[in-house]
Design a protein around this ligand. Structure first.
Ligand code: TRP
Ligand code: ZN
Length: 881
């Protein structure tokens, strides 16, 4: 093992720091093969703690010197190694000066200070700062930072850090210095530094109290024409946070820098956000609508962190969801306000049910407030982010918008400048609203997805409808004894004519008539509704009002009824998904039993009806016409038979395409917009409907549509249409055409790495690529680079995570291939290696044969030894649980 016998750390062991750091003065001297870092720390003892020795964190550091109050320390006064610096005796207040040497050029982990193409940049969250200098690298130590950067002026004309630039000067030997001061106290994970030959675009924003803020986006020169949309998104996010949360920006400058090599999407460093270039750069020719939407959401997310994360930060990393769950909730509401709230909700619910529910049912299941971890980087998960956002959303819905706003105001004012816990957030919500959230807190420390089983009866005589809910939660590795959850369940009741029954319920404690929300709190609970004139079809869990699995024995007729009549747009869509899921699962059983497949005519009927409804929002039509994914279907089948699911789903898609090709063709023509590309909601919806139609047309049994796709590929004036045509062809049976358009696309775009990533991922996720040999060809392609996370994700991540048919090839080759790639990557970048393990953690969900082959792949990784903590934690927990 690289990190000798990794040990778990526990929330229950939390202790406040023994020392604080009032001021942090850093000097970086950047050279071509190493960097010198000097830090001067003004420190004092925490009077609440017993004192004693000071242990500073470090990671792979070379200590050059250390002085205390100007005096060099003697050998007896301290112990230093690459991972820590311990100083035995200290006065109450003191100044510590430390010099270290680091090697950013050799840093492939992309944590701490590293080089990305020609520039220097940093990534300090969660524990990257300790790779720069010895420090108290924990979020409850907040300090005022001053940063001096010295570098070659020609190679690195732009030198940036947090806060305001207060000084710059030329130095001898062609070098220069800039000094940055950040007046706000912050934990070191929000520290950032950038040095490079960068260009920027500039704009400004006047805050609600009239302060002018300079907004800049810095990129490498070739990307200067791709910054406008991020800037536009930033201005909209700033305005939205003022209007919806009353939050104003707090400095006169806000910078964004785009870098090519980045482990995640982006990072909210104080006033110097650093972004994965894929989450900032866009112009119509190179970026798809999906990329535009991602940029808008991530720019907003990082900006919103300025309050939910930076001004009020986390006490320790167990509290990560405090900032991430809340900020995801905030960015989801922002995106909903910029487009359609129903469509945004459908996208988020789909992802939650597909990815988060699977995580919650697997060996890495953890609560949004986890009890322990080995490596915190493994806990930047869909549970912390997305389920964390769901929990905040439930609080929002329980309190209502006004009280929620009172609660967030109280939270921000009470804790401004502090490092706090998720409990502090809930207490602020309770104090502001007077609403009791005691039982609600179970959502924070219990893992697992609660299940709701529903039964009902109608009494025609009494005109009463009785509905009974039973809740349970499966065991998870951290607990097999769960307390009942407080589950807010939004409902509606449909009478036989499709209209909604007025909801009269005698239980006015647990039923809120104003919002139609039932509060489930007990293991089993019944509700009686009176004055119900006919039997009803219930519409349950509207808008996915809680992150639970719901079981109600709907017949196909009832689902069709809900698709036609439900007033809740989300549930109309959901009924369609449930119908398609039921049909595909039944067909998958037929595949396994070697029976002939026939498609339930009613599904063709609903698709035909949907295609006719010209008054519907086109983005909604796309959602209704999209079949549930294989990944989602795998979660509904136990054990999951990937090949059977693929065959069944493919049969459904082909049949729909062949039956309805005339309708799809009409829709295609109607939505084929000419004119300049616009990244607005309606235009995006229209393009996505057109491109979904194209996909179906190429699935149909008619040959004539291939030329349509080729023509779209060649004539498109934007990347959305061009890549949609490419993808439709590459996933069709026309392999020769696929080969030639792939070739053409590469020739056209080989100078643009972000477009080439799309080229990689379209292939890696497609039916065109048949297995690991073809994957290896992509890996040895001249444009591939194992050190670049975006490329790794585009090929390895997409193949293992999305090309389920080929990844799950029955001979298990996909699994052992992935194991080898993970071993190879772990030596370069443990965070990325560990993230790629995701698909292998699901081995218990698969058929015995596949599961065993996957287990072998995990064992192969473990047997390799010399693993990072990151990979070790996921592999060992997957094999144990
Ligand atoms: N705080 C970042 C976000 O959610 C997450 C992040 C960015 C991150 N880069 C990282 C987390 C590297 C771990 C490692 O916006
Ligand atoms: Zn975040």
């Amino acid at each position: 093992m690289k990190d000798a016998s990794p040990r778990a750390i526990y929330l229950k062991d939390y202790q406040a720091p023994k020392y604080f750091i009032e001021r942090t003065q850093l000097t970086f001297e950047l050279f071509e093969d190493y960097t010198l870092v000097s830090s001067v720390l003004t420190m004092f003892r925490n009077e609440q703690q017993s004192g004693g020795e000071l242990v500073l964190h470090g990671h792979e550091l070379e200590l050059l010197s250390v002085t205390l109050d100007g005096q060099a320390l003697t050998a007896e006064q301290y112990v230093a190694n690459a991972e820590s610096l311990t100083i035995h005796e200290l006065p109450d207040q003191f100044t510590l000066s430390i010099q270290t040497r680091i090697f950013p050029q050799k840093n492939t982990a992309l944590e701490g200070l590293y080089k990305s193409s020609k520039m220097f940049c940093t990534q300090c969250e969660a524990e990257g700062f300790r790779r720069i200098t010895y420090y108290l690298d924990r979020p409850d130590v907040m300090s005022v930072f001053e940063t001096r950067i010295i570098a070659d002026q020609q190679k690195y004309p732009v030198l940036l850090s947090n806060g305001n630039m207060t000084h710059s000067e030329k130095l001898p030997d062609g070098r220069h210095l800039t000094v940055w001061q950040d007046p706000h106290k912050k934990p070191c994970y929000l520290f950032a530094l950038v040095a490079g030959d960068l260009q920027h675009i500039e704009d400004s924003f006047t805050t609600m109290s009239g302060t002018e803020v300079a907004l800049r986006i810095y990129v490498e020169p070739q990307n200067i024409d791709k910054c406008e949309y991020a800037m536009d998104s930033l201005r909209r996010a700033m305005k939205w946070d003022e209007e919806v949360y009353g939050r104003e920006y707090d400095l006169n400058i806000f910078n964004i820098v785009a870098v090519d090599d980045f482990n995640m999407g982006a990072m909210e460093n104080k006033s110097l956000n650093i972004f994965n270039s894929s989450c900032v750069l866009a112009n119509p020719k190179t970026a798809t609508d999906a990329a535009y939407q991602r940029i808008e959401a991530i720019v907003a997310h990082e900006y919103f962190h300025n309050w939910s994360g930076n001004r009020v930060t986390c006490r320790d990393w167990f509290q990560l969801s405090l900032k991430e769950g809340f900020t995801v909730f905030r960015d989801a509401c922002f995106s909903a306000d910029m487009g359609s709230s129903t469509v945004k909700r459908i996208e988020d619910a789909t992802m939650l049910r597909t990815v988060q529910f699977a995580e919650d049912a697997g060996p890495m299941a953890h609560a949004i407030l986890p009890a322990s971890f080995i490596e915190i980087s493994n806990f930047y998960t869909v549970t912390i982010y997305e389920k964390g956002a769901e929990v905040v959303r439930m609080i929002h819905n329980l309190l209502g918008a006004d009280l929620f706003r009172k609660g967030s105001d109280l939270y921000f004012s009470r804790h401004d400048g502090q490092a706090v816990t998720t409990n502090d957030f809930v207490v602020a919500m309770e104090d502001a609203s007077g609403i009791d959230l005691r039982q609600f807190r179970n959502w924070y420390h219990q893992a697992g997805t609660p299940e709701l089983t529903v039964s009902d009866e109608y009494d025609a005589q009494k005109q009463q409808y009785k509905i009974t809910f039973t809740q349970s939660c499966p065991d998870t590795p951290e607990s097999d004894n769960k307390e009942p959850f407080h589950i807010p369940l939004q409902i509606g009741l449909h009478l036989q004519d499709g209209s909604e029954a007025p909801l009269h319920c005698d239980n006015d404690v647990d039923f809120n008539a104003k919002t139609s929300v039932i509060s489930l709190k007990k293991p089993q609970q019944s509700f009686v509704f009176s004055n119900v004139s006919t039997a009803v079809v219930p519409s349950l869990l509207r808008g996915l009002s809680a992150p639970v699995k719901l079981h109600y024995p709907y017949t196909r007729e009832q689902l069709l009824f809900l698709m036609r009549h439900d007033t809740d747009g989300f549930n109309r869509w959901d009924a369609g998904q449930a119908l398609a899921t039921d049909i595909i699962l039944e067909l998958a059983d037929c595949v396994l039993a070697n029976k002939a497949l026939t498609l339930d005519e009613r599904l063709i009927g609903v698709f035909r009806e949907t295609l006719k409804q010209s008054d519907l929002d086109k983005a909604m039509v796309v959602k209704m016409l999209t079949l549930p994914s294989i990944a989602f279907l795998m979660e509904q089948q136990s054990p999951a038979h990937v090949q059977a699911l693929y065959a069944a789903r493919h049969f459904v898609k082909k049949t729909l395409a062949s039956e309805l090709h005339c309708q799809f063709s009409d829709i295609y023509q109607e939505n084929d917009i000419t004119g300049a590309y616009k990244p607005n909601y309606d235009a995006m919806a229209q393009r996505s409907l057109k491109n979904l139609s194209l996909q179906y047309l190429l699935e149909s049994d008619r040959e004539q549509y291939l030329s349509l796709a080729v023509e779209q590929f060649e004539k498109a004036n934007n990347m959305t249409d061009q890549s949609a045509a490419l993808s439709a062809i590459v996933n069709s049976r026309h392999r020769d055409t696929a080969a030639s358009v792939l070739q053409q696309f590469y020739q056209q775009w080989c100078h643009d790495p972000l477009v080439i990533n799309q080229w990689f991922s379209i292939q890696a996720g497609s039916d065109y690529l048949q297995g690991v040999d073809a994957c290896n060809e992509l890996l040895s392609h001249e444009a591939f680079d194992m050190k670049n996370p975006n490329k790794v994700r585009s090929v390895i991540g997409v193949f293992a995570g999305q090309n389920l048919r080929h990844f799950h090839a029955v001979n298990g080759q996909g699994y052992s291939w992935l194991a080898d790639r993970i071993i190879e990557l772990d030596a370069l970048n443990p965070q990325i290696a560990s993230r790629l393990l995701g698909p292998l953690t699901k081995w218990k969900r698969l058929s015995v044969e596949s599961g065993q082959l996957m287990k072998l792949a995990l064992e192969k990784i473990l047997a390799h030894g010399n693993l990072s903590k990151d990979v070790y934690e996921v592999v060992s927990k997957s094999l144990a649980n």
